[in-house]
Design a protein around this ligand. Structure first.
Ligand code: NAD
Length: 221
């Protein structure tokens, strides 16, 4: 049973999801293939992502591939309540509430993992941390998963070194296709969005120091 803030927000969430689907041709192509091939038939996938319209679409595409999808947010501050409600209304088990505290956040991840996933899609390494710790009993069917971000990959390597990585993981972050788009352009742009939004100031005319010249730093610069 989904846990979202307010199911009556779903019309707005559904509108956002429908809108972004028109701008995601690569995922749309994969969806076509999944519809025919059903690669995830019989598998349960726990998906932890910044829960907004584009990642919600990923959840729908995985479901099209035959998976039973359990969706949660990887950061309560990025979870969009209307999108979470929209996904719940489409019958995707969704566990995401914007702005919950640390305890509430872990509870939502735990509720998600109760599906005993075969596969996990992790962003930041919180699902795998729980599966290697107090949610270990829910990992009894675990085959593997993927990790989205740089920080999460660091955490995976640390777990591997300590011998406490519960399943094989794919380092999505290390794929060129991910660096080029998500880290460089996605994070590069959303960093500016966030700075302008939170300071209520324009960027034009400011002097800026970018500390760290990796993929995100390059995108910001
Ligand atoms: N929120 C998101 O959607 C999102 C997306 C992608 C990446 N990230 C995060 O952004 C961060 C950067 O990711 P990336 O892919 O650009 O990593 P990266 O490894 O390509 O770049 C990091 C850069 O920081 C430099 N650096 C490290 N410590 C430094 C220090 N003390 N002073 C100055 N420079 C330092 C490194 O030399 C490197 O060039 C990570 O924490 C990652 O998890 C967030």
């Amino acid at each position: 049973m989904s846990i979202v803030k307010d199911l009556s927000l779903s019309p707005s969430g559904l509108q956002k999801i429908q809108w972004v689907r028109d701008f995601m041709p690569a995922l749309g192509g994969i969806e076509e293939r999944f519809r025919r091939e059903k690669p995830f038939e019989g598998l349960t996938i726990a998906v932890s992502v910044h829960l907004e319209a584009k990642t919600a679409n990923l959840g729908l595409v995985l479901r099209e591939g035959g998976a039973q999808v359990y969706l949660t947010g990887c950061n309560p501050l990025s979870t969009q309540d209307d999108v979470a409600a929209g996904m719940a209304s489409l019958g995707v088990e969704t566990f995401g509430v914007h702005g919950v505290d640390m305890r509430g956040y872990e509870d939502l991840l735990t509720e998600t993992l109760k599906c005993h996933p075969h596969l996990i899609v992790d962003d930041g390494g919180d699902l795998i941390s729980l599966l290697g710790g107090r949610c270990a009993p829910y990992g009894d069917r675990l085959l593997g998963g993927c990790e989205e971000t740089t920080t999460g990959i660091h955490r995976l390597y640390a777990r591997e070194r300590a011998g406490i990585l519960p399943c094989p993981m794919m380092a999505v972050n290390d794929a060129k296709a991910k660096h080029y788009y998500d880290n460089k352009y996605g994070t590069g742009q959303s960093t500016w969005d966030a700075i302008m939004h939170t300071t209520n100031l324009m960027v034009a005319g400011k002097t800026v120091v970018v500390a760290g010249y990796g993929w995100c730093g390059k995108g910001i610069a």
